[in-house]
Write a protein that binds this ligand. Structure first.
Ligand SMILES: Cc1ncc(COP(=O)(O)O)c(C=O)c1O
Length: 360
C-alpha cells in the first residue's frame, strides 16, 4: 500500500502537528477537575471586548451568507489605523495563516527560512526547515543576518519573541535591515506589540518602503482577546499582499471574525484594562518567583518563561493541581515552562500550586 507520507516532501512527512495549550475542557474530561486555570496560550484573561461580543451577536442572523471574501471593511479600518493604503493590508484567519502562506509562496526544496530554534513553533511547521539562533534568551540579529545565504527567502523574527518574551531594539533592527539582501522576506511577527513599553522597541511599520520585503504581522488574538475567532493581519508591499490573495482561501476570515475585530479595535477602555491587569499580574508573578527562588526571563509581553527544573514533570503536576501552563520541550527549553499572566485570582492559584509542587 502506498502511504501518504511517501507522496509528500520528506521534510513535511517528518513534521509533528502543532501542540497547542491544553484546552480547559480536555483537562476537565481527563482529570475531572472542576474549574481549571488556563495560563498556557498567552490569551487575554479578561475575555473579548464587550463591543466585539455585541457585534458578534448582531451578526448572527446573517450566518447563512458568506463573509466578504476580501475582508474589505476590516482591511480599510486597519489601513486607516496604520495610515497606509488598503492594498497594503491582508486580513487572515489568525496571523498563523499568513506565516503558512508565506512559507507556501516563497519556499520550495532547496530554499530556506531562517529563524531561531527558540521561537514560535509555527515557523518550522510553515517551512519544514530549521536554523537561526538566540543570544542567551534574546534574538541575536547579527548572527541571524550572518546565516542568510543565497537560498534564504524568509526570516521570521518574533518581537517580542515567543516563548522568551524578549525584544530586539531599534539600533539592532536597523543594522539588521541594512544587512539583509533584497531577496529575503523579513517577517516581523509583532503578535504582542500592544504590550511592549520599552522606548527602544521598534515598530517595523516605520521601516516599510518600496525596496525591502518587510511583512509586519499583528493579531487580534492577544491584547484584543479574540483568539477563538481567529483574526490576524499582515501589512506589506502591495505586490506581497497580491501574492497572499492569490493563494488564500476564498473566505479566509469569518463574518463573525470580521465584525468582532472591527468593533474590538476601537475599545480603548478594554485595551487599557488589559494592559493594567497584565502589568499588575506580571509584577505579582515576578515578585513571587523571586521570593520562591525561581528563575525567569524578564518579559515584554503577557507571559513568562520560567525555569522550574524538569519542565514536563512540573507541567504534569500542575495539571493535576488544576493549572494549565505550557511545557517547553518543543521550544528547546526542557527545564522551563511558559506561564501566561492571568487574572489576580488565577495568578494566585498558579503560585500556590507551583509552590506546593516544587516542595513535593
Ligand atoms: C509570536 C506569535 N505569533 C503569532 C501567534 C499566533 O497568533 P494568531 O492567533 O493570530 O494566529 C502567536 C500565538 O501564540 C505568537 O506567539
Amino acid at each position: 500500500m502506498i502511504k501518504a507520507q511517501d507522496l509528500v516532501l520528506p521534510s513535511v512527512a517528518a513534521l509533528a502537528p502543532y501542540e497547542p495549550g491544553k484546552p480547559i475542557e480536555e483537562l476537565q474530561r481527563e482529570l475531572g477537575i472542576g474549574e481549571p486555570v488556563k495560563l498556557a496560550s498567552n490569551e487575554n484573561p479578561l475575555g473579548p471586548s464587550p463591543r466585539a461580543i455585541e457585534a458578534i451577536k448582531a451578526a448572527l442572523p446573517e450566518l447563512n451568507r458568506y463573509p466578504d471574501g476580501a475582508s474589505y471593511e476590516l482591511r480599510e479600518k486597519i489601513a486607516a489605523r496604520h495610515k497606509v493604503g488598503t492594498e497594503r493590508v491582508f486580513a487572515a484567519s489568525g496571523s498563523v495563516e499568513v506565516i503558512n502562506l508565506l512559507g507556501f509562496l516563497f519556499l520550495r526544496p532547496g530554499l530556506n527560512a531562517v529563524y531561531s530554534e527558540h521561537s514560535f513553533a509555527i515557523y518550522p511547521l510553515a517551512t519544514a526547515t530549521a536554523g537561526g539562533t538566540l543570544d542567551g534568551y534574546a534574538h541575536d540579529l547579527d548572527a541571524i543576518a550572518a546565516m542568510i545565504d543565497a537560498n534564504t527567502r524568509i526570516v521570521f523574527l518574533g518581537n517580542p519573541n515567543n516563548p522568551t518574551g524578549t525584544i530586539y531594539r531599534r539600533a539592532e533592527w536597523k543594522r539588521f535591515l541594512a544587512r539583509v539582501p533584497e531577496h529575503v522576506v523579513i517577517v516581523a511577527d509583532e503578535a504582542y506589540f500592544g504590550f511592549v513599553r520599552d522606548p527602544e522597541y521598534p515598530d517595523s511599520l516605520d521601516d516599510h518602503d518600496d525596496q525591502r520585503l518587510i511583512v509586519t504581522l499583528r493579531t487580534f488574538s492577544k491584547i484584543f482577546g479574540l483568539a477563538g475567532i481567529r483574526v490576524g493581519y499582515a501589512v506589506a508591499r502591495p505586490d506581497i499582499i497580491q501574492m497572499l490573495h492569490n493563494v488564500r482561501q476564498p473566505f479566509n476570515v469569518t463574518s463573525l471574525g470580521q465584525v468582532a475585530a472591527i468593533a474590538g479595535m476601537d475599545d480603548t477602555a478594554h485595551i487599557a484594562r488589559t494592559l493594567q491587569v497584565n502589568a499588575e499580574g506580571m509584577e505579582y508573578l515576578e515578585a513571587e518567583f523571586r521570593r520562591l527562588g525561581i528563575g525567569f526571563v524578564p518579559s515584554h509581553a503577557n507571559f513568562l518563561l520560567v525555569e522550574v527544573g524538569d519542565g514536563r514533570a512540573i507541567y504534569d503536576r500542575l495539571l493535576r493541581a488544576g493549572v494549565i501552563v505550557r511545557p517547553m520541550n518543543g521550544y528547546g527549553y526542557p527545564h522551563h515552562v511558559r506561564i501566561s499572566v492571568g487574572l489576580p485570582e488565577e495568578n494566585r492559584r498558579l503560585i500556590a500550586a507551583l509552590s506546593a509542587v516544587l516542595e513535593e
